[in-house]
Design a protein around this ligand. Structure first.
Ligand code: ADQ
Length: 457
């Protein structure tokens, strides 16, 4: 078996408290099995970039990290990645900032990563690049003479051509992708948008899974990410999970709980969600003193102004709605700005009658899958899911909603909270089967195999 080299913006090694995303767990499992290496930014800053690599080995996984200069972090990470590509890829060109220094910083950092990386790659290695931070890195590696198979997986959506062309130098960016052998997308919709761009803007041709532009051919596939199902179930048996479950039982008493768990990000549709919940409260008197929304949303990307704006707006909305509807013995929204460990999340999900997952646009959304995995199969809650999350393609048995339409979401909440046990079980069973089968190991094995088997033409 060939060695696997995984590259992502940040390297996330096992932490003592076990607080880790499913992606990190999956990549670690892959690296342990294939005896590979995980390369990326250390998260640290250094006055002058040296390209020197620090190696570490934790839990059988070898990692290699480099430090970046403050200007790199500002232009590449806070700039092009978070202020330009993230909003654009989530269809928010109103929020995207197009600034030449961001673009040049992005190219510079990709070059900087490629320098030490190419030296570490051996002839039989399979190279797997993750996410929008590193789109051009394969073309940099090719310039260094790397001939290995290289795959790229995009965790976010790929935007429609009409939006993508608002990015200056969009052609230059997309052309660099033809240095890859395989591109992986979360859903057919994002893949279609990519193929549309190649055909209409680059004059490319599509033949089955293969797309050719200017004589360069690559394989473009749909490969949806899943959760680490077994690991997630095991987390619900830990002390932290059992303790929180007990605290929730005491604190909820007769209340029916709706849960939202997200990074505080405008793409997650949190303002629209609170607005929908307010609509629900206005239309359902019987929910007063009977239903509570617990929204967990820790700050993310606090360096970027738009993220601070969302935080301020949500503080204001949660305060206003609570002020308008609360009684002395009931608060409709419990809005929490801290993160919870995986173990604790399992207890929160399980205590909730409804999982409310309503992003305006999301590559996949693993919270939807985690919510289903955490339910009691004999008395499961109901998933209300945005049709604009990548997860909706696989999770058709959820109550699918348009997150922009408050009355539609309010109706779905009512339906979910009054759904008979038989229907809840039936929907849950169907969803659980998919979440268990198409888990993160299935995703990783499929994608790595697709890289290894790609016909280079
Ligand atoms: P994210 O946008 O970060 O990921 P998501 O998939 O919803 O979004 O969550 C990733 C993980 O973070 C989940 O395991 C979840 O439990 C955890 N998490 C989220 N909010 C949390 C909170 N408040 N407290 C504690 N943990 C929290 C990107 C893309 C997604 C895609 C993933 C994986 O934006 O569309 O699903 O990558 O490909």
């Amino acid at each position: 078996m060939s060695r696997l080299i995984v590259v992502s913006n940040r390297v996330s090694l096992p932490s003592p408290d076990g607080a880790q995303g499913g992606l990190a767990v999956a990549l670690q499992a892959a690296l342990r099995e294939a005896g590979g290496l995980w390369f990326g930014w250390s998260g640290r800053e250094i006055d002058t970039f040296t390209g020197s690599v620090r190696f570490e080995e934790i839990d059988g996984v070898r990692s290699a990290v480099v430090d970046l200069e403050p200007q790199d972090v500002e232009e590449y990470y806070n700039g092009f990645a978070n202020r330009t590509l993230w909003p654009l890829f989530h269809y928010r060109i109103d929020l995207a900032q197009y600034n030449r220094s961001f673009g040049s910083g992005y190219e510079r950092v990709n070059k900087r990563f490629a320098e030490p990386l190419h030296v570490m790659i051996e002839p039989d290695d399979t190279v797997w690049i993750n996410d929008y931070h590193l789109i051009p890195i394969a073309s940099q590696l090719r310039e260094h003479g790397v001939k290995n198979r290289i795959g790229f997986f995009l965790h976010t959506p790929w935007p429609p051509t009409r939006l993508l062309v608002s990015l200056p130098y969009h052609e230059r960016l997309v052309r660099t992708m033809f240095a890859y052998d395989v591109l992986g997308f979360q859903t057919g919709e994002w893949l279609e948008s990519f193929l549309h761009y190649c055909q209409n803007e680059l004059g490319g041709t599509v033949d089955g899974e293969y797309v050719t532009v200017d004589g360069k051919r690559l394989r473009a596939v749909v490969c949806p990410i899943g959760i680490d199902f077994k690991n997630f179930l095991a987390a619900s048996n830990t002390k932290a999970s059992v303790d929180l479950a007990e605290r929730m039982r005491i604190s909820l008493r007769q209340l029916s709980m709706i849960v939202g768990v997200d990074r505080l990000d405008y793409s997650k549709g949190l303002e629209e969600r609170l607005n929908s919940f307010e609509t629900y409260l206005k239309r359902h008197e019987e929910a007063h003193r009977a239903v509570v929304l617990i929204q967990v949303a820790p700050q993310s990307r606090g360096q970027v102004e738009q993220y601070r704006n969302v935080r301020d707006k949500l503080n204001e909305m949660a305060g206003r709605i609570n002020g308008a509807f609360a009684e002395v013995d009931w608060t409709p929204i419990r809005y929490v700005n801290r993160g919870y460990s995986r173990d604790e999340l399992t207890a929160l999900y399980r205590a909730a009658r409804v999982g409310l997952v309503t992003p305006l646009r999301d590559g996949m959304n693993l919270v939807a899958k985690e919510y289903i995995a955490a339910q009691d199969p004999d008395d499961p809650g109901v998933l209300v899911l945005s049709r604009f999350a990548g997860a909706a393609a696989q999770m058709q048995d959820a109550l699918l909603v348009n997150p922009y339409a408050p009355e539609e979401v309010a109706d779905a909440l009512h339906r979910a909270l009054t759904m008979p046990l038989g229907e809840r079980k039936q929907r849950h069973r169907a969803l659980l089967e998919g979440v268990e089968r198409e888990d993160v190991h299935w995703w990783r094995e499929r994608f790595v195999t697709m890289i290894e088997e790609a016909d280079r033409g």
